[in-house]
Design a protein around this ligand. Sequence first.
Ligand code: BJ8
Length: 433
Amino acid sequence: MADYTRLWSELGLDLEAHEKLLQALPPTYYDVYLAQENRPRGMEYFDFVVNEIHGLRVQELQDFRQKGGKVVGTFCVFVPEELILAAGGVYAGLCAGIEIGTAQAEAVLPRNICPLIKSFMGFKLARVCPYFESCDLLVGETTCDGKKKAFEVLADFAPVHVMETPQKKEPRDRELWLEEVHTLAARLEDLTGKRITRETLTEAIRKVNAKRRALQRLGELRKADPPPLSGRDALLIYQIAFYDDVERFTAQVNALCDELEERVQNGVGVVARGTPRLVVTGTPMAIPNWKLPYIAETSGAVIVAEELCTGARYYEALTDEEGATLDDLLANVAARHLEADCACFTPNTRRLEKLLEMVRAYRADGVISYVLSFCDPYAVENYQVEKVLKQAGVPVLKVETDYSPHDAGQLKTRVQAFLEMLGAVAAQAGAAT
Ligand code: BJ8
């Protein structure tokens, strides 16, 4: 990576703390990603993006801002990227997946709070994230209590707009949400000084739909046995989707899919045919949280699909591109952005139905139910997840963890025991047929 010290200094980063953060990343990346065998060539672009995570993309955002553009930070898949683009802005996902600025975060938050919340607060307060410092507005949501209250704290340190996300999906909830989408549109117009029109919104919807279609295509290819791509690599792509340039990212995912299609046709995979296949469900894994996929895939399994916001919940639904008026299109955006089946909703039975369908479609041997510590919505909903999976005869392992590396050994032992159990189940099924 080139020397970006001047850029970081202009953004007001704490250069010493930032240097420590950068030094913590590369060896992990080598072990988790670059040491993988038989990776598709198309992953080079995504390696490059990670290598430049605090460099080139940040420079692009700064160049954009210098020309009067506005950057908007987001923390949730409910916040419509389409609206930000239609208002002439650029989005950057700010969820963070590493322990950073813990002391600063714990000065304003309780110690026992979800690591994702603690991490984004730490990034902001320790001044180590060039994306946070590049944002002209942060858009939060009232999904879970922890986030909802954390955005009040964050508002002391940066401009924040909070969207009220409903807890149900009844008609009156949809009305409230549509209003929230209109309010955000107005706030974005104020910020950028540009009107959202039917034309700009149509174009933005098309661009984001194209990105989601490319990710759907990628997801389909992972159904093959052997899968042409590791779960780790797929996760990395989903994480990058939240902050890379939309058109460049889409083109690179499609180029990778071309290569993966060839692999599938030739029976080439990243693991041997018959490797135990896992679906992961639960809380999102923000970059650079690769802990569980790394452990699972270095223990003899391969992850083939994710019922996560860094996974299918991000790309499975598209926004209707047809609308005679701007209001029609805003209604389409609102409808699409209530599709994600987050555990913040009650009831949330569709998540369970989709999970079962995913297990079948991907011919998964088992499921890991992944819960970040102190995340009440997913920890409690795990009861339903385990219940439906057990009823369907699908083995499930619940993993509750945070961003610290300290439980890695214990997690590995549990995942290995789960995989041994899957092997025994498969052997029994084989003997019975
Ligand atoms: S739509 S999953 S991205 S809210 S893990 S902060 S829920 S305590 S991240 Fe999420 Fe949107 Fe839902 Fe998806 Fe709270 Fe749980 Fe932490 Fe969470």
